[in-house]
Design a protein around this ligand. Structure first.
Ligand code: UD1
Length: 422
């Protein structure tokens, strides 16, 4: 019989204590893909033990890389024996970020074939910007039978303008351009901190990338990249999730191991709704208010409010005083959690890309499903302040992005546990 795990959350008092944030999922995945550019050993530190990381490890191994992942989060990737340039459907379908191997494989082997990506079902997530970038660098692209094939005699630097500052396309193009001939100038590039982390990693291997973190990135191609050691930046979305946990329970949490700059948009919103925020070295203390004020949120590319925090804030707004308006501009269908929150008594109306959330004093525990990664986090947060018991299914989504979230929350005083259902 198929045994599935669920997370059971009961109404919990104010959460209090200190929590350490893990390395960033969205940094480590492109960095792992970038190790394919290097024919020596790369050492990556503070790698979170996440489902998505294990998928990427399998993918790197399938391509021929030697991979060792130690208990203390140190990942060693030896790219010297990578001899395959095709990524199989069984792995790529599990995670959209698998598509990030396309740029490195194309740069290294001048040909690659990767299945169309999977991942969270949050609207149509095309890959046209990635492909346009590769074409501009000289690749011929062929999309057939659910796979993308890219072939090039050589990659040559170009001026590329992205129609939208896509995070993945920016990363894929930077990686391909790192070993291209000449200079690539990427305009309207994504400015997310994870792009900066990737560029720092590549530069530490010998790449020549300038401007990461701004909307214009210049990549001078180099002949080869060599061994390096790199520590991944902390996960600003995991940090934001714990900051909301303090806010929603009226608690007092020291969120440790973060980069203050990276959580600014979330901290600003939390201050606005009544939290007291104090910064300390590599951390932030969030004290939740007695009563949560309503607000307006619009997701935007960095440094705007992150789409990956939208679901958690919807849970928070569900118990705020008054009506809040949330506009999702990054993804076209990222409100699946609204239906699940409604099962718990939240009053949410969706119109196109806008959610109108009428705060209610009481939510009630229910049986709900994590429809995607951040939706799952939102349901846990709502469960912390709901009467009775909330049982969350489909938690494999949550495991993609949070390392033992139930343990971290219970150490802060939450009544939460994982159970196995038959
Ligand atoms: C990354 C993050 C994800 C986050 C998202 C936006 C990783 C592994 N994942 O995803 O957690 O929610 O950034 O901050 O880092 N688009 C196109 N064409 C393309 C590529 C994207 O139209 O070729 C659109 C997408 O459909 C979406 C928007 O651009 O509407 C943003 O996507 P993108 O920035 O590429 O997100 P990901 O890199 O997939």
């Amino acid at each position: 019989m198929n045994k599935q795990h669920c997370i059971v959350v009961r109404k919990s008092g104010p959460l209090e204590g200190r929590v350490r944030i893990d390395g960033a999922k969205n940094s480590v995945l492109p960095i792992m893909a970038a190790t394919l550019l290097c024919e020596q050993e790369c050492i990556i530190e503070d790698v979170p033990k996440l489902r998505d990381v294990y998928v990427m490890i399998d993918l790197l191994k399938t391509l021929g890389a030697g991979v060792e992942f130690s208990e203390d989060g140190v990942l060693r990737v030896d790219g010297s024996k990578v001899d395959k340039w095709s990524a199989p459907y069984e792995l790529v379908r599990k995670m959209r970020a698998s598509f990030l191997v396309l740029g490195p494989l194309l740069a290294r082997f001048k040909r690659t074939m990767v299945s169309m990506p999977g991942g969270c079902a949050i609207g149509t997530r095309p890959i046209d910007l990635h492909l346009k970038g590769f074409e501009a660098l000289g690749a011929k692209i062929n999309v057939e039978h659910g796979s993308v094939e890219a072939v090039a005699n050589e990659l040559v630097g170009e001026r590329i303008y992205l129609d939208f500052p896509s995070v993945g396309a920016t990363e894929n193009i930077i990686m391909a351009a790192s070993l291209a001939k000449g200079t690539t100038v990427l305009e309207n590039a994504a400015e997310e901190p994870e792009i900066v982390d990737l560029a720092n990693f590549l530069n530490s291997m010998g790449a020549d990338i300038k401007g990461a973190g701004t909307n214009t990135i210049t990549i001078k191609g180099v002949e080869r990249l060599g061994a390096t050691t790199h520590r991944v930046i902390p996960d600003r979305i995991e940090a934001g999730t714990f900051m909301v946990a303090a806010a929603i329970t009226g608690g007092d949490i020291m969120v440790d191991n973060i980069m203050l700059e990276h959580v600014k948009p979330v901290a600003a919103k939390l201050r606005e709704i009544g939290c007291t925020i104090t910064e300390f070295e590599n951390g932030i203390r969030v004290q939740g208010p007695d009563s949560i004020s309503n607000t307006t949120i619009k997701t935007l590319p960095h440094p705007g409010f992150p789409t990956d925090m939208q679901a958690q804030f919807m849970a928070l707004m569900s118990v705020a005083n008054g009506t809040s308006v949330i506009t999702e501009t990054v993804f076209e269908n990222r409100f699946m959690h609204a239906t699940e929150l409604a099962r718990m008594g939240a009053e949410i109306k969706i119109e196109g890309r806008t959610a109108v959330v009428r705060g209610t004093p009481k939510l009630a525990g229910a049986k709900v499903d994590a429809t995607d990664l951040r939706a799952g986090a939102a349901l846990i947060l709502a469960g912390l302040v709901s009467e009775g018991e909330t049982v969350i299914g489909q938690i494999h989504h949550i495991e993609r992005g949070y390392v033992h979230i139930e343990n971290k929350l219970s150490q802060l005083g939450a009544d939460i546990r994982r159970i196995q259902q038959i």
